[in-house]
Design a protein around this ligand. Structure first.
Ligand SMILES: C[S@@+](CC[C@H](N)C(=O)[O-])C[C@H]1O[C@@H](n2cnc3c(N)ncnc32)[C@H](O)[C@@H]1O
Length: 247
């Protein structure tokens, strides 16, 4: 995408890379039963790793934090060091499209708001291979919460994620790919409201900084459009956390 550097600059100024909060990370983790005392965890598309740090707080395991943007991993490791978790988190700069871990490696694969990059079905297939027997895949994924989308919303999703589905269809997909759904829940609206209010604040400043830069302004306008779509149609879509176990 042209102007990716402005997109990254915007995201470096946000408290996290997508809607989510520590309470929901903890809630999702609480559904995992009979874990080994030190589970080996992979966090895919960790960004600057707010959820990675939370996983380090609530589990005794080691976590590989995978993202393909080094500055995010650097921020994560600075924060890990501050919190005394740098011995539990191993940053890995690699694309999720090219993960080179051996099969049957992880007790838990975690991914908040990122698996769409390889597509949900592909993500399920890949994570199934990476997980040990009875391992867990915990993922938050954009879903449709209501049918009959208004036209502008239909067009928006057609452009950004044509594969978006409702919760029931996602559960069928998860089961088709060899997992049981232990639980699932919708992220609270407050996660989205906080995320976009921070984003809008940041965009206001960046628009001043780049007032003469057409490409940067286009990037920010695209993000603003997304935020406006959420403000108008927030009942129609959200993020669903799926807590699953490999059969
Ligand atoms: C919406 S953010 C979510 C970040 C974080 N999980 C959170 O909830 O705050 C998506 C993340 O996926 C990462 N990403 C995008 N494409 C990727 C790829 N091909 N391989 C690995 N990470 C990727 C981005 O750098 C970004 O950090």
């Amino acid at each position: 995408m042209e102007g990716m550097e402005y997109f990254y600059e915007l995201f470096r100024g946000l408290p996290r890379g997508g809607p989510g909060d520590n309470k929901s990370t903890r809630k999702a983790f609480s559904y995992l039963k009979n874990l080994p005392s030190e589970p080996f965890i992979l966090d895919i598309g960790c960004g600057y790793g707010i959820q990675t740090l939370e996983l380090a707080r609530i589990s005794k395991g080691k976590i590989i934090a995978l993202d393909n943007y080094q500055p995010f991993l650097d921020i994560l490791m600075q924060n890990a060091k501050k919190g005394g978790f740098d011995n539990k988190i191993i940053p890995k700069n690699q694309s999720m499209l090219e993960m080179d871990f051996k099969n049957d490696t992880f007790d838990i694969v975690w991914s908040e708001g990122a698996i769409f990059v390889i597509g949900f079905r592909n993500g399920l297939k890949k994570c199934n291979q990476l997980l040990k027997n009875k391992g867990h895949f915990v993922v938050s994924e954009a879903v449709l919460l209501l049918p009959n989308l208004p036209k502008p919303l239909k067009e928006f999703w057609g452009e950004v994620y044509p594969d978006i589905k409702d919760i029931k269809s996602n559960i069928s997909l998860i089961e088709d790919e060899g997992f049981n759904v232990l639980s699932h829940f919708t992220l609270p609206k407050s996660c989205w409201v906080d995320f976009y209010s921070q984003m809008n604040k940041e965009i206001k400043e960046l628009k001043k900084k780049y007032h003469n830069n057409k490409i940067a302004l286009q990037v920010f306008e695209k993000c603003e459009k997304e935020s406006n779509i959420y403000a108008k149609y927030s009942d129609y879509f959200g993020y669903e956390f799926f807590i699953t176990q490999k059969n």
